[in-house]
Design a protein around this ligand. Structure first.
Ligand SMILES: Cc1cc2nc3c(=O)[nH]c(=O)nc-3n(C[C@H](O)[C@H](O)[C@H](O)COP(=O)(O)OP(=O)(O)OC[C@H]3O[C@@H](n4cnc5c(N)ncnc54)[C@H](O)[C@@H]3O)c2cc1C
Length: 485
């Protein structure tokens, strides 16, 4: 419920897009909010980092649904951050994403009509499956853009269909293998293999980028700062470099948060914008049933990723105005998706190359107990091998890169340390068909006043995380706070 006195306190744990969305929303609603972040700098995955003077992005390469009346624009507007974020629309040349299979390529355009045209042209012998797919994507787009998205009412139209696995559905409607592979690419952005990805998550993710696609023309660090400035303007306090280590709980009600430094932050409302497995570790022994803890701890995670950042000199390589997806197929199913982006670095004469590909935690396990920056030469060698492989992959599409300078490679261990993501998972808990019931209400906890938000709760991505956070807060602070939504 909305605060009864103007100085009612709330604590938000974690300062990624989930934590910032929660902190700004609560501060706007009259709460006195303290945001606790374990890292030295606020921003979580949205914050870029600097290597050799170049900004390297982590968790924002492009954004969907930022056009007028589209959901991410509504959210940024509601938070009061939109005017301070420089945005560039993608797809001016007709392509947002280019998918490469061995002997085939497909261009994802902006706009549902353009997408319909491309699908029909690329798969002329499959008008029926194409029509069925388009109908679902149009519905997903309409649901996303409806003002009811916030209450969640517009999200469900046919639960049985929504929770159907993508691969099974595409086979049932007789899609060819090639059409199925093309349509499945977007599942990489939610970290779920196509045969485990529920139809609603796939169609919503694809619809969000088809509605409109954007790159931010500032660094992720700037975006994090814009959120932090807005929160401070509203009277909020940010404590960085201090980790939440325990929740104060009495009679199954939260009373506040205890930080590593020993500082206690009393509050009857705590929003944990961190991975749900971290939240269970903060709940004192005996304050919740062991079944709750073991249920959360046993949930399957999305895979980790390994990411290369390199700079290429402008005379060799101009920026590429679209994203490249390099696809690998195994037994006619999409097995791996690598993401390649070459864009201006912000420094004259250099463009920055980002390559992201999936990478399991087991590959890096031998270094799991080592500290970042001190993992030793064998770890550096393993990263260098990944860098070579990813540069090789990029050469297939960009041509030779003789003057590429590698800036950095990060691994699932880096993600674990940066975001506190168990086993370095990139997109949090896997909201797969198999886990559909066990992940249905991750925002709720058995502790009164304690709410969980963040990318595991509804969907990953900046849009999924921010929307899931707002939807969690609607019943907490009251729907009237969203009147101008
Ligand atoms: C490689 C990669 C590329 C991506 N690309 C895109 C993209 O192009 N577009 C897009 O929309 N999405 C993208 N995403 C997804 C998107 O970045 C995430 O879904 C989103 O940023 C997650 O936000 P969050 O708030 O849930 O978590 P995070 O950003 O991880 O924030 C969690 C914060 O909590 C802090 N924390 C953890 N434990 C504690 C504690 N005990 N006390 C205090 N603080 C704590 C962490 O330090 C961190 O700052 C990408 C993700 C990855 C990994």
């Amino acid at each position: 419920m909305a605060p009864s006195s103007p100085d009612q306190k709330a604590v938000v744990i974690g300062s990624g897009i989930g934590g910032m969305t929660a902190a700004i929303t609560l501060a706007k609603s009259g709460y006195q909010v303290t945001l606790a972040e374990k890292s030295r700098l606020a921003g979580g995955l949205m914050r870029s980092y600097v290597r050799r003077g170049f900004d390297c992005e982590v968790g924002i390469h492009y954004l969907g649904a930022l056009g007028p009346d589209q959901p991410l624009r509504r959210i940024f507007d509601f938070l009061g951050i939109l005017p301070k974020i420089p945005l560039e629309p993608m797809g001016a040349g007709g392509v947002v994403d280019r998918y490469y299979l061995e002997d085939f390529s497909f261009d994802l355009p902006v706009g549902l009509d353009a997408f319909a045209g491309r699908l029909r042209a690329a798969f002329p012998s499959e008008p029926k499956p194409v029509a069925e797919v388009l109908e679902i994507i149009r519905l997903a787009a309409a649901r996303l853009c409806s003002p009811d998205t916030l209450s969640g009412r517009s999200m469900i139209f046919d639960l049985k269909k929504d929770l159907h696995p993508l691969t099974k559905f595409l086979k049932e409607i007789n899609c060819s293998d090639r059409l199925r592979q093309v349509l499945s690419v977007i599942t990489a952005w939610v970290g779920i293999p196509p045969d485990k990805c529920p139809l609603y998550l796939w169609s919503t993710a694809l619809a969000s980028y088809l509605l409109s696609s954007w790159r931010i023309s500032c660094s992720g660090a700037r975006l994090a700062e814009v959120c932090a400035e807005r929160f401070r303007e509203l009277g909020g306090t940010i404590l960085t470099g201090d980790e939440a280590v325990r929740l104060n709980v009495e009679n199954k009600k939260v009373r506040g948060v205890i930080l590593k430094s020993g500082l206690e932050l009393p509050a009857p409302l705590v929003v944990a914008a961190v991975h749900p497995k971290i939240v269970t570790a903060l709940i004192p022994e005996g304050s919740c049933l062991p079944e709750y803890r073991s249920k959360i701890q046993s949930l399957e995670e999305t895979s980790g990723v390994v990411c290369l950042h390199a700079v290429l000199p402008e005379p060799d390589h101009g920026p590429v105005p679209y994203n490249i997806f390099s696809l690998r197929v195994e037994n006619e199913d999409l097995a791996d998706v690598s993401f390649i982006q070459l864009k201006p670095s912000g420094k004259p004469s250099w463009n920055i190359l980002t390559v992201i590909k999936p990478s399991g935690f087991s590959q890096w396990r031998q270094w799991e107990n080592t500290i970042s920056g001190r993992r030793g030469p064998a770890y550096e060698d393993a990263k260098n091998r990944e860098a070579e492989q990813m540069l090789g992959e990029s050469r297939k599409y960009l041509g030779p890169c003789p003057n590429a300078r590698v800036l950095d490679v990060y691994t699932p261990l880096s993600l674990r340390d940066l975001a506190g993501s168990p086993r370095g998972s990139a997109y949090g808990i896997m909201r797969s068909v198999k886990q559909k019931f066990r992940t249905a209400a991750l925002h709720r906890t058995p502790i009164r006043g304690l709410h969980v938000v963040g990318q595991s709760v509804m969907a990953p991505g900046i849009l999924g995380t921010a929307l899931g956070t707002l939807r969690t807060l609607v019943p907490v602070i009251g729907p009237d706070k969203f009147d101008h939504w």
